[in-house]
Ligand binder design. Structure first.
Ligand code: KG4
Ligand code: ZN
Length: 337
């Protein structure tokens, strides 16, 4: 075995400033600074995100090098997120990565954030070296605050988008409905927790009509809003009295929409290896529904690799490095597909 490839990964596409160090496919450090500044706004404020990235990027990288117990001279290449995401936020990470690579005279690797969520499944977690990795081809449901996609993964960089949301992402639906229920931001984890003591069949909400394998969540938010307006007009304490049932019913609806599309995808493709990624993959309702599918092979990475992180950027960088897919200093980030 030759000398392992050491990659520094940088992620700054949204409201997490993150740095990670990998040695081949093994993660040596995974540091995330979550920006608290957005909480009181009930959503990510792009300009505040850019500033917080500027503030956090150097300390986060420093900490990652310390945790990995290496100096910057041991790094073979720098991988950074070049999109999709918030432009100002992406520019902080990409400018840092370019300067760092230039100063050390090492190659740059530009990483698509969505591909990285998928490739997080191949990251080897220290202490968990034997956990099974998905074999190609497999399906990946990526569900977070910014994205909802079903991807057919044929190889590390051969992926086909089979379906995606036409409006809100699944996490966004959780967060926006949580806001209607007066829960703090981001509301997904609160809805999940409160659902444990609620009846998922207490309230019925309609499923959307998105074509093919696509998703739509904005109609669900509107129907919950109309329902709450009607009920609170009759009883102002309706939300407080029914909070657990409301959370459980909403969660049940979102999970059913996701699972139904996955079932259709498995049927259409004949592939029953199903991986999930993104912050919403932490949802207990979604995990339970997946586990009930004993006919599927399910892959769920450790939670710290599910939400936005730089370990996934480093691991994607490792595969790019091995394939000689390097970027140059002219590379510019992109906000959307
Ligand atoms: O992947 P992530 O950290 O960042 C984005 O790329 O958006 O995902 C964050 C999203 C938020 O919408 C949050 O509410 C949701 O993931 N989330 C959850 C849970 N944990 C995080 N949604 C439902 N149930 C959870 N347990
Ligand atoms: Zn993400």
């Amino acid at each position: 075995m030759g000398k392992p490839i050491i990659i520094l990964g940088i992620e700054s596409s949204c409201d997490e400033t993150a740095a990670a160090v990998s040695s081949n496919d093994k993660i040596l450090a995974n540091i995330i600074a979550t920006q608290k500044v957005h909480e009181s706004f009930g959503g990510v404020v792009p300009e505040l995100a850019s500033r917080a990235h500027q503030l956090n990027i150097i300390p986060v990288v420093d900490q990652a090098l310390k945790q990995a117990n290496i100096t910057k001279n041991a790094i073979d290449a720098v991988a950074f997120t070049n999109g999709p995401g918030l432009m100002g936020a992406l520019l902080v990470g990409s400018s840092f990565a370019k300067s760092f690579a230039l100063a050390l005279n090492i190659p740059l690797l530009e990483i698509n954030h969505m591909q990285a969520h998928v490739l997080a499944h191949f990251a080897v977690h220290p202490g968990n070296e034997l956990s099974p990795k998905p074999q190609f081809p497999f399906l990946c449901l990526t569900v977070s605050g910014g994205h909802t996609q079903i991807i057919l993964v044929r190889d590390h960089f051969d992926m086909e988008l089979l379906g995606q949301t036409q409006d809100d992402a699944a996490g966004e639906a959780f967060d926006k409905i949580a806001k209607l229920l007066r829960l703090p931001y981001p509301g997904g984890p609160f809805v999940d927790k409160l659902s444990a003591n609620g009846d998922p069949d207490m309230f019925q909400f309609p499923h959307p009509n998105a074509p093919g394998l696509n998703f739509s969540f904005s109609g669900l938010k509107t129907s919950v809003m109309n329902f709450l307006q009607k009920e609170t007009a009759k009883d102002p304490d309706f939300i407080d009295k029914n909070l657990n049932h409301l959370c459980a019913s909403v969660q049940h609806t979102i999970v059913s929409i996701l699972i139904r599309r996955l079932e259709q995808t498995v049927k259409q493709t004949g592939i029953n290896r199903v991986a999930i990624a993104g912050g919403v993959s932490a949802n207990s309702g979604l995990r339970n529904a997946l586990m009930n599918h004993t006919d599927w092979e399910i892959f769920i990475p450790p939670f710290e690799y599910c939400t936005d992180n730089a370990a996934m950027i480093a691991i994607a960088g490792y595969f790019k490095y091995k394939n000689g897919l390097f970027a140059d200093q002219q590379s510019t980030p992109f906000a959307r597909y």
